[in-house]
Ligand binder design. Structure first.
Ligand SMILES: [Zn+2]
Length: 213
């Protein structure tokens, strides 16, 4: 099995992270989240490496994580999401009052709904889906144990947590999600959040001021 490659991009008006993952010498790539400008940003990388984008894994349905999805997705592409964000995927303009003025939103067709503890496959590696609601109802994390990676969306950030004042947000729910589903991961696991720098389970358990371990 060839090594996995991971490239991070910070995109859009509020600096939202997207992560492109592919297997060295492979022909396919997957993208975790699709902020605005995702397509033009990853297109040269796909072209240079001869990769086809085969799947989009959405951590949640907030506009800044999926405003670039509609132009990226083609008929045969798998789009993963959690059903508790159905309203956000299908009716994204419901969040327009929280977005940048003048932005346009297109609905996203999720082709595969995922739930807590679902198993996925990433170029031959196991992936576990972790439901971590609280920032919004349908936030999921994608844990890749072989690589020590966990893509967490807006559940937790380096030294912070996702805001809980948006519709569907709830601090107690988020705190429980983090403690039950993220702080139980191996301590050295890299957390790849939807905003800002990467961190680790160990570091957040020791220093996160909002959700102490
Ligand atoms: Zn969000």
């Amino acid at each position: 099995m060839s090594d996995l490659q991971l490239q991070k991009f910070e995109l859009g008006p509020i600096g939202t992270n997207a992560f492109l993952v592919w297997e060295e010498n492979g022909t396919e790539a997957i993208l975790v989240d699709a902020p605005p400008q995702a397509k033009e940003t990853i297109a040269p990388i796909l072209a240079t490496r001869g990769l086809r984008l085969s799947a989009l894994w959405l951590t949640h349905g907030h506009w800044d994580h999926m405003a670039g999805a509609a132009e990226l997705t083609s008929g045969e592409m798998t789009v993963l999401g959690h059903k508790d964000d159905l309203e956000l995927f299908e009716n994204p303009q419901c969040m327009s009052s929280f977005a940048m003025p003048g932005m346009e939103f297109q609905p996203i067709s999720v082709t595969q709904w995922v739930s807590n503890k679902d198993k996925l496959e990433l170029f031959g590696r196991d992936v576990e889906v972790l439901h971590v609601p609280g920032h919004c109802p349908g936030n999921v994390a994608f844990h890749v144990p072989s690589e020590g990676w966990c893509f967490v969306g807006d559940a937790i950030f380096a030294g912070s947590i996702g805001r809980t004042d948006l519709p569907g947000g709830d601090f107690a729910t988020l705190e429980k999600s983090i403690k039950d589903n993220l702080y139980t991961l191996p301590p050295a696991t890299s957390l790849h959040p939807g905003h800002g720098p990467d961190t680790t389970v160990e570091r957040e358990m020791a220093t996160n001021p909002f959700v102490p371990a």
